[in-house]
Ligand binder design. Structure first.
Ligand code: CUV
Ligand code: SF4
Length: 630
């Protein structure tokens, strides 16, 4: 067994409790307490049966009041709420993608942003029918930036990325009338449909939910992922560490939190500057440690090996260590609680985006044009804050695990070539993976994604599900906070192969990979869409026939619902551990868990019992194998 030992959820909880003791000393609030104040939650909200989209309401549906004042029934109300939830998520991911496209327009050979993967840029340009021969790479970058930005508001046509899907999938989308058009248009269309007195027909609302989700996964998110790779490099396997123990007491600790790598990449760049390190030493520290929380952490971990301090529900913990000089945030999933919490410590809570402005923060506006100078200002602010630490409040839990991350589709294809036992040339395709799956060495694959949610014991579902899956020879690809849960537990350590069934263990050894592959941030779920598309093409099967499912056991955000919709719409059955506020409508529930299958060959399963959830996934994978006769 070697000396591999997982970090358990119990151990992580003990560390959190110790940090909450620090919090108690300084009168800090924490989500653990706020959850108690908010429980029990509003039943109408939970079931999705409350409507407040016009001022005749709010209307709530009960057996005695089956219709709102306008006459809308419960199915219309639940369906509209679901579509609005989706639109929020699709807008958010896509706007992040837009920022990346905009940053690409600022790339310059001597500027803050460069084209780090010119080959990928050329590949995408060819895909889009753009002339690449003899072009200056920055000239091409600027043209691609403009074209990508116009994907958001173009007058005609569908997303340029759809052509990456197998023809069968494209046909399904076309026939169901859910091919996404301009990215912003689908969000606008969703908000138009959900306006008072527009759509209340469940089928129409769910179709647009899928379409708007697709405009995210096969639109805005794909722009975010692909052009981030062009700018910052396509991830390849790299070693890093995860959990709070990555923070270093003697160093200036800067924690990056949020989503947009345009900021975090620059912070990392600047913190590496010998001048800055010398300045930190001058201020009494030994050096500078950057670590991350949430998806921006995934971005810099995948490309630079920057360690991951924690995931979503640990964001307060990094401040509670008393050793965080600055928590620097851009957009999304940032607790407003960080403002008041940082005031209990010396920590600077630095907001940087007009999109995410919060009370009790220091606002240093960041933009692609002023990136370097603003990043310097931020890093300096953190360094100068080191002297304000209160040493008796410093406690960093001594807890971390090794992780190998950076499994982009490109990296997976390259790495898995190692498992072909034939002596022929490397394939450069997903065929070796297809072979592993058809031969049964690997039973299938699960995409584990999404957030934490106090409704589920944090990280427990992610970790327990993954343990059981890999023990059953099912390979896991992970992103977002799910990936960080895996890394903290040790499941992204190559030594975790010892927890696998014999088949998967063999593959891990041959390819030298961990059993849970880190594919990136939440926008990088677009990578998973590309991967399944390639698997389908290389195997000659439809995506829905592959023994592959998706799972978000602890999801919480609107983005997660948008993701769920595009994963299902891509033909992948998706399993949720938290209900998306639809239980109040039998018709909406029926559509999502079964009806949409007629359009896209996949649907949702909601199962709050974690043990049952994993068993259902394994069952589904085996069903798909049986149907294929493998
Ligand atoms: Ni974007 S959406 S909590 S950081 S995965 Fe993490 Fe991922 Fe959910 Fe947010
Ligand atoms: Fe009530 Fe209809 Fe207005 Fe909604 S749209 S608040 S159901 S009257």
């Amino acid at each position: 067994m070697g000396n591999f030992k997982m970090t358990t959820v119990e151990e992580m909880e003990a560390a959190t409790n110790r940090l909450l003791e620090t919090g108690a000393k300084v009168g800090a609030d924490a989500w653990q307490f706020r959850v108690k104040n908010q429980t029990p939650h509003c039943k109408f909200g939970e079931q999705g049966v409350c409507c407040r989209i016009c001022s005749m309401g709010p209307c709530r549906i009960t057996p005695k009041a089956p219709r709102g004042i306008c006459g809308c029934d419960v199915h219309g109300i639940v369906g509209r709420n679901y579509l609005k939830f989706t639109a929020g998520g699709a807008a958010t991911h896509s706007d992040h993608g837009r920022e990346i496209c905009n940053t690409l327009g600022h790339a310059a050979p001597d500027g803050a942003y460069k084209v780090k993967d010119p080959a990928k840029l050329i590949r995408i340009a060819k895909e889009w029918g753009v002339e690449t021969e003899g072009r200056d790479i920055y000239d091409l970058a600027h043209e691609m930036s403009e074209l990508a930005l116009s994907e958001y508001g173009k007058n005609h046509g569908v997303s340029r990325w759809l052509k990456r899907a197998p023809q069968h999938t494209q046909d399904l989308w076309h026939n169901a009338g859910i091919e996404p058009r301009a990215i912003d248009r689908e969000v606008s269309c969703a908000l138009h449909m959900t306006h008072m007195g527009c759509s209340s027909k469940p089928e129409a609302l769910i179709r647009q939910s899928l379409r708007n989700g697709l405009s995210d996964g096969w639109g805005g998110s794909m722009c975010g992922t692909e052009f981030s790779d062009v700018l910052f490099g396509t991830p390849k396997p790299i070693d890093t560490e995860a959990n709070l123990g990555v923070m270093v007491a003697e160093n200036v600790n800067i924690v990056v939190h949020g989503h947009d790598p345009s900021l975090s990449e620059m912070i990392c760049e600047v913190a590496d500057d010998p001048e800055m390190i010398a300045y930190a030493k001058e201020m009494g520290a030994k050096g500078i440690t950057i670590s991350g929380v949430c998806c921006t952490s995934n971005e810099v971990a995948m490309r630079r090996g920057i360690p991951m301090a924690g995931n979503f529900l640990q964001q307060e913990n990094v401040v509670l260590t008393g050793a965080c000089e600055a928590i620097v945030v851009d957009v999304q999933c940032i607790f407003p609680a960080l403002g008041p919490l940082s005031k209990c410590f010396h920590t600077k809570f630095i907001t940087t985006s007009p999109i995410a402005q919060m009370p009790d923060s220091d606002y240093i506006e960041f933009s692609a044009g002023t990136a370097l100078e603003k990043a310097k200002e931020i890093v300096k602010t953190a360094i100068e804050n080191f002297k304000n630490r209160k040493p008796d409040l410093v406690y960093i839990p001594d807890m971390k695990q090794k992780a190998t991350v950076g499994y982009s589709v490109e990296a997976i294809v390259k790495t898995l070539d190692g498992v072909t036992n034939s002596q022929v040339d490397k394939t450069g395709t997903t065929k070796p993976l297809v072979d592993c799956i058809t031969s049964g060495v690997i039973r299938g694959a699960v995409a584990m994604v999404g957030c934490n949610n106090p409704k589920i014991r944090p990280d427990y579902a992610h970790i327990e599900l993954m343990k059981k899956l890999i023990a059953n020879d099912i390979i896991v690809v992970a992103s977002g906070c799910s990936a960080q849960a895996a890394a903290k537990a040790g499941l992204m350590d190559k030594a975790a192969k010892d927890l696998c069934g014999a088949g998967l263990k063999r593959v891990c050894e041959l390819a030298d990979i961990p059993p849970v592959l880190h594919m990136g941030s939440c926008v990088d779920i677009s990578r998973m869409m590309v991967l399944v598309s390639e698997l389908a093409k290389d195997s000659g099967l439809n995506i829905s026939q592959l023994p592959v499912v998706g799972c978000a056991p602890e999801w919480m955000s609107e983005k997660a619902v948008s993701i769920g919709n595009y994963v299902v719409a891509t033909g992948i059955d998706t399993f949720l551990g938290v209900d998306p506020y639809v239980s109040g409508s039998t018709e909406i529930t029926e559509l999502l868990t079964s009806g949409v299958k007629d359009w896209v060959e996949a649907s949702y399963t909601v199962e709050k019992d974690i043990d049952k959830l994993v068993d259902k996934m394994i069952e589904r994978i085996e069903e798909k194998r049986t149907a294929l006769g493998i």
